[in-house]
Design a protein around this ligand. Structure first.
Ligand code: NOJ
Length: 544
């Protein structure tokens, strides 16, 4: 409690654990089956008990919800089904009372087609200043202006009644803005101020690498996928990571720096290699970026070690902290992803007809992966429900799926609904405490009863108690501010490092590994085997 007001020379975000709330699925205050802001506010003590530093809310703005809120119709309001601006004020106030910072999700690459600007653009016609806020172009006869494809499948262009086409890198309901237009730049700086004035502590920037497109929109005839910013060719695609984005973030940084306190920007940028990502984190740009190379690394020591090293080296050059993440609302939950053979972990969508994960193996590895991750220096992100060990729900029937990528690919891409199922809080039947109603917006599996917050609280060895212990110890030991030094342990597929006088060992190989004599156990993801770290287990030790 009260951490927010503690004076500190180190900005809070440098070593923070930030918890992602997916508002549709966190807690439903009014019983309509959809999560909402009063529901979140009532459950904030869970986050304080977990010990995280901040809550990041996926978008809660007015939106037709064609992409679950990543299609924003009004950047200065709250979607009615989530509540009101007053509800947001109460959430923010309660979070701050509990010592939790609040991070909003800003979606600047595209608006919703319901945004007043896009409606005006359609009404005003070709060549108008209203259309110049978006990327309208003429096609080639009946063919679109170029070959670009949407990340959600199909062409990235949609034709309007008068024959012009508009660009949408995502769903056709998400038209891309033209960031070379000064009006767009000014509008978003004002939106930032709107929320900063309401006390928010930071922003997660959606598709931060996509705002500026290469001049002339050159051809790019390749499939696009979420989290996959670079193409098979190794060339930089003309819609991602263009030089012009950096000027935008310098402007935003000036806006944030004019406010008291340590306000922060975190980039969702699917950019590789890490040196390119680090360019978003130069001293006058953003503060943090998500580390998707880490999330996508297979469960093998050599690859993980290489990703960690290259991440740390690249971030060091710009003086920014690294971040680490294993799950979010776009990828298969890591308790299921890691239930596949190493190197075959799927990131996007698993359906009932796909090969199913080994649930026991997945959970064991997920606990080890988190135990390892939370010892790494820098910031860490945790996605709601992973503290309960929730698996991906792979059995959702087609009829309930809502992710636009499912419909746009005729079901070929299963989509992301499986990681978005409302989370269980208590009780033995739906909605497992999610809300006063009997069901959430996606059906919850029976397993949810055993995995609820209430079922795991106070239970030694539960995944929830493991997370609580890890986060508390990480803070006491200052691991987020540590310096990683690789430590050699003989034999097997092992990752080991020291940081802040702690030895961290993750055993990814089949045989137990011994640790140095005199090392005393601090916390482990599973039982040790006569002092040795068994397969798919991670542990922290105090060195003698
Ligand atoms: C990334 C978000 O995380 C994802 O959920 C969304 O669909 C796309 N950006 C488009 O906004």
């Amino acid at each position: 409690m009260g951490r927010v007001s503690e004076p500190s020379s180190t900005p809070w975000w440098r070593d923070a654990v930030i918890y992602q709330v997916y508002p549709r699925s966190f807690a439903d205050g009014d019983g309509d089956g959809m999560g909402d802001l009063p529901g979140i506010t009532a459950r904030l003590p869970h986050l304080a008990d977990l010990g995280v530093d901040a809550v990041w809310l996926s978008p809660v703005y007015p939106s037709p919800q064609k992409d679950a809120g990543y299609d924003v119709a009004d950047y200065r309001g709250i979607e009615a089904m989530f509540g009101t601006l007053d509800d947001f004020g109460r959430l923010s106030e309660r979070a701050h009372e509990l010592g939790l910072r609040v991070v909003m999700d800003l979606v600047p690459n595209h608006t919703s087609a319901d945004h007043v600007w896009f409606r005006a653009a359609l009404a005003a016609g070709p060549g108008s200043p209203e259309r110049a806020r978006y990327l309208f172009r003429e096609g080639d006869g009946d063919a679109p202006p170029n070959s670009w494809r949407s990340v959600f499948g199909g062409p990235a262009w949609t034709r309007v009644e008068d024959g012009s086409w508009y660009l949408h890198l995502f769903d056709s309901s998400q038209p891309d803005l033209d960031w070379t237009n000064p009006e767009v730049v000014a509008e978003f700086e004002d939106v930032l101020r709107f929320w900063l004035d309401r006390g928010v502590d930071g922003f997660r920037i959606d598709v931060a690498h996509g705002l500026v497109k290469a001049d002339g929109l050159p051809e790019w005839d390749h499939d696009q996928a979420l989290l996959d910013g670079s193409a098979a060719t190794g060339e930089r695609p003309p819609m991602w990571d263009q030089e012009g984005v950096h000027e935008i973030y310098r402007g935003w940084r000036r806006v944030l720096d004019a406010y008291p306190g340590d306000r922060m920007l975190v980039a969702e940028a699917w950019v590789t290699p890490p040196e390119r990502l680090a360019r978003y984190l130069r001293g006058d740009e953003m503060h943090q970026a998500f580390n998707f190379d880490y999330l996508r690394a297979p469960w093998r020591a050599a690859e993980l070690r290489a990703v960690i090293t290259s991440t740390l080296v690249a971030h060091e050059t710009v003086g920014a902290p690294a971040t680490w993440v294993l799950s979010n609302h776009d990828v298969v939950r890591h308790a299921s992803r890691l239930g596949y053979p190493a190197g075959q972990e799927p990131t996007s969508g698993v359906g009932p007809d796909d090969p199913q994960p080994d649930a026991e193996l997945g959970l064991r590895r997920a606990r080890a992966a988190t135990t390892f991750m939370l010892a790494l220096p820098g910031g860490a992100y945790v996605y709601q429900g992973e503290e309960l060990g929730l698996p991906e729900v792979t059995t959702l029937p087609a009829g309930v799926r809502q992710d636009p990528s499912f419909a746009r690919t005729n079901g070929e891409d299963t989509g992301r609904d499986g990681c978005r199922v409302p989370i269980p809080w208590e009780g033995g039947e739906p909605s497992y405490g999610f809300g006063p109603g009997p069901a959430g917006w996606l059906p919850q599996p029976e397993l949810w009863g055993r995995l609820s917050v209430a079922a795991q609280t106070g239970v030694a060895g539960s995944t929830l108690e493991l997370y609580r212990t890890l986060i508390a110890r990480r803070r006491e030991l200052h691991l987020g501010r540590g310096t990683l030094r690789w430590h050699e342990i003989d034999g097997g597929d092992v990752l080991a490092f020291t940081s802040a006088d702690v030895l961290v060992v993750a055993n990814l190989g089949p045989d137990p590994v011994a640790v140095p004599a005199g090392a005393t156990l601090l916390v482990a993801s599973g039982d040790l085997d006569a002092g040795r770290v068994p397969t798919d287990t991670a542990a922290w030790f105090r060195l003698p």
